[in-house]
Structure formats: C-alpha cells, structure tokens
Design a protein around this ligand. Structure first.
Ligand code: ZN
Length: 408
C-alpha cells in the first residue's frame, strides 16, 4: 500500500486538528456519506443522542471511544493499532460514538453501530452477536465477520504509527469509495493520533507474534446462504473411519508441536486462541500430507496470497459429523497445482494423500512454511465465525487422532 503520500498528509501537524474539527462538524451537520463496499453508505450521527465530543473527557462519547480503544488493546493490539481503528470511527464513521448508531436515510436496512455493519441486521443476526451493541460485542462481531481483514490489518500495521494504522483500517475494513477515501483519510489519521494521545497508546506495544494464523477457514460471512445450501445438499458419503497422523514420519503419537503450533490457548494470537494445529516444514517439509480422517472433498477454495491468509484450502466432510480443513501450504496457483493432490468431489480415506508440504525454504514467494489443520463439527465456512474464540466450535486434531488410534 502506498503509505508515503499519507505520511505527508499526516505530517502537517496541528493544522490537521483544525481540519478534523471542520470535517466532524460537516459530518454531524450534513450527514456526509462515505460508501462501504456493499454500495450502501456510512453515516454521520443520527442526532438522536447528544453525547458530546469524544475528545472531551467526561462525555459519553469519550467514554465510548476509550472503551473501543481498550476493546482492541485487551486482545493484543498495540496502542497505535487500536488508535487507528478508533480514529476511523471518530474521524469519519461515527464521531459521536453512539454505540447503536443507525445510518441516516437508509431505513431499516441501513448500516449501524460503531463499525457501520451494513445492513444493521448483519450485527444483530451474527451468531456472535448478543444484540447488546456493547463495545466488546461489536468488536467480536467484526472479528467474526471479517477475520482475515482484522488479521491482515494486524500484520500490516505492526510497529507502525497510529496514522498509518488509520489509513490501513480505512482501506482494509471501512472501504469507502475512492473519493471518500481521499476526502476523509486525513481526518481519520488525525483522529487516530488524537486517540493515541488521549488513551495512552504509546504505552501499549501489543502482542509480538499475534500474526500467527488465528483464523480458521475460508470466506467471509457473506457466504452464509451458500453454506446452508451446501450443508443441506451434501451427501456426506465420505467415510469417517479412523483418525491418523498427517505425516508418515510422526511416531509414538508425538507430532512434536511447539507451543505456538498446538491447538488452543495461545498467548500471542488474536483472541488468545489457535483453532487448529500447525505442522512446520522444518520437520515435515517435502512429505506427503495425508488425510487425518476420511471424507469427501467438498470444497477447494482460495483466499489470500500470504501467510496472513489461508491461501488454498481443502474442506473435507466426513460422514460421522466431522469436518476437516487443510490450509496455508499453497498460496499461488502454481503452488496449488504442485502441492494439492485432490479435487472437489474426491472421496478420501484416512491416510490417503491429499497434498504435499513444500520442502523447507523451497517456496519463499509466496512463502510457505507449514500446513494448518483444523477440525470442527460445524460446516467449515460457518465455523470460521469462531476463528478467534475457544467456544467449542474448533476441536483439537491431536486429541482426536490420539483418541481415534487408541480405539484400535
Ligand atoms: Zn494455524
């Protein structure tokens, strides 16, 4: 992303604050719109609630802005990263920090909330929503709806300034129209700096290796309809059968996973949770990846070209209620054709070869260094909604494999 020009814009200093105030006034008075990708519009204040300025200590807006900031630092973001998000809200999206902010002129199906969920019902109907519009719950829904966006933001803005974080969040999450980007970028950046200063951002460095893959699977929540169709029509004729290790070299039921490669609690990841296991190429590179459970390959998809994404992923449905995903071992098309050994519709038995983990160091661009394997009893696109939380959706593959083997 071309950050340099934003830097120049952001470096103007005190004058920018004045500009911010003008922008906020315009937004509040005229409800200026910035478009989100869906084609509907973001808004200014509804005017239904006079909460004061979020930069004025003691006001309701200030309290909400501070809580929003903390909602992100509490899960490992740095002060600059949290400020970048707050700056987008306070600089352009919802300067009033009205928690259940509606969208002006868009009716019942307009956007809503701090993050302008569009339509508003997207927040209310998310499985992660408790419908409270609380700061924390809105954050949870953002992470559930767009885990890859949050993850990419995390990676991209690590160690950066609040200003650059604000621009990154605008481009990654808010996604206003090009003209709205040009018109509001400096206000977002200035507001991020303000939040950073107000809420002590300099003192919060964030978690160092939170970039580890925190997400589970696949596409965003917009595919829910398709997923439901897929669930109802899937025949699930793949046999489940036993569980087995994905690499032939694993002996004595010990895959030798480091703490960060294991399933479950992770001090460094988003949500402090790793929803599967990572098998690294230092140990397993060059070996065939074997199905850990039998089933039908019902989807091979692609999302993203870097280690902060899934790359190509293989979804397998077993007939005993389990779903397995294999991801992050091929990112480019060339890698996929080289390393993926199954196609949609194939049925595999436990131990059948589904792919190959590239040799250590052999695929440096796009980088491959492990395969991530996840297991759920939920259809995998739906399971992704719980990518960041240990709510029982994701199961520990190691325990299943060990348990499966011990039954023999
Ligand atoms: Zn992983």
């Amino acid at each position: 992303m071309g950050k340099k020009k934003y830097w120049i814009i952001g470096g103007i200093g005190a004058g920018i604050i004045t500009f911010l105030i003008v922008i906020m006034a315009i937004l509040t008075l005229f409800s200026s719109k910035s478009c989100k990708s869906g084609g509907t519009v973001d808004s200014g204040s509804t005017g239904t609630s006079a909460t004061g300025s979020w930069t004025q200590q003691g006001t309701e807006a200030y309290k909400n802005a501070e809580a929003t900031f903390k909602s992100w630092t509490s899960i490992g973001m740095s002060g600059a990263q949290a400020a970048g998000i707050v700056g987008n809200i306070g600089g352009a999206e919802d300067p009033g920090f009205v928690l259940d902010q509606a969208e002006i002129g868009a009716g019942a199906e307009g956007g809503g909330g701090l993050y302008q969920f569009t339509p508003k019902s997207k927040y209310l109907t998310s499985p992660k929503s408790d419908k409270s519009w609380s700061v924390e719950n809105q954050r949870d829904v953002v992470m559930a709806l767009e885990p890859q966006t949050v993850k990419a933001y995390f990676k991209e803005t690590k160690g950066g300034t609040p200003e650059d974080a604000a621009t990154a969040w605008m481009n990654g999450y808010e996604r206003p129209s090009p003209s709205a980007r040009a018109n509001t970028n400096s206000a977002r950046r200035a507001a991020a700096r303000k939040a950073y200063e107000l809420f002590g951002g300099a003192n919060i460095s964030g978690s160092d290796s939170i970039l580890g893959d925190a997400t589970g699977t696949a596409d965003s929540g917009s595919n829910t309809q398709n997923d439901e169709n897929q669930c109802s029509t899937s025949s699930g004729d793949g046999a489940g059968g036993d569980w087995g290790w994905p690499f032939a070299s694993i002996k004595n039921n010990d895959p030798g996973l480091s703490a960060e490669q294991q399933f479950g609690y992770s001090a460094s990841r988003m949500g402090n949770f790793h929803d599967g296991i990572d098998l690294g190429d230092a140990r397993y590179g060059g070996q065939e990846i074997k199905a850990i459970h039998g089933g039908k390959v019902y989807k091979i998809g692609h999302k993203g070209y870097t280690q902060s994404d899934l790359g190509y992923y293989i979804f397998i449905k077993s007939d005993d209620g389990y779903y397995e995903v294999y991801q992050e071992f091929a990112f480019s098309e060339a890698q996929a054709s080289k390393y993926i050994k199954v196609k949609e519709g194939d049925t595999v038995k436990t131990g059948d070869v589904i792919g190959i983990l590239p040799k250590n160091g052999s695929e440096t661009s796009p980088l491959v260094n492990h395969v991530h394997i996840g297991v759920s009893k939920k259809e995998l696109s739906a399971a992704e909604l719980s990518a960041f939380s240990n709510d029982g959706t994701w199961l520990d593959p190691v325990q299943l494999i060990k348990g499966g083997q011990s039954k023999k």
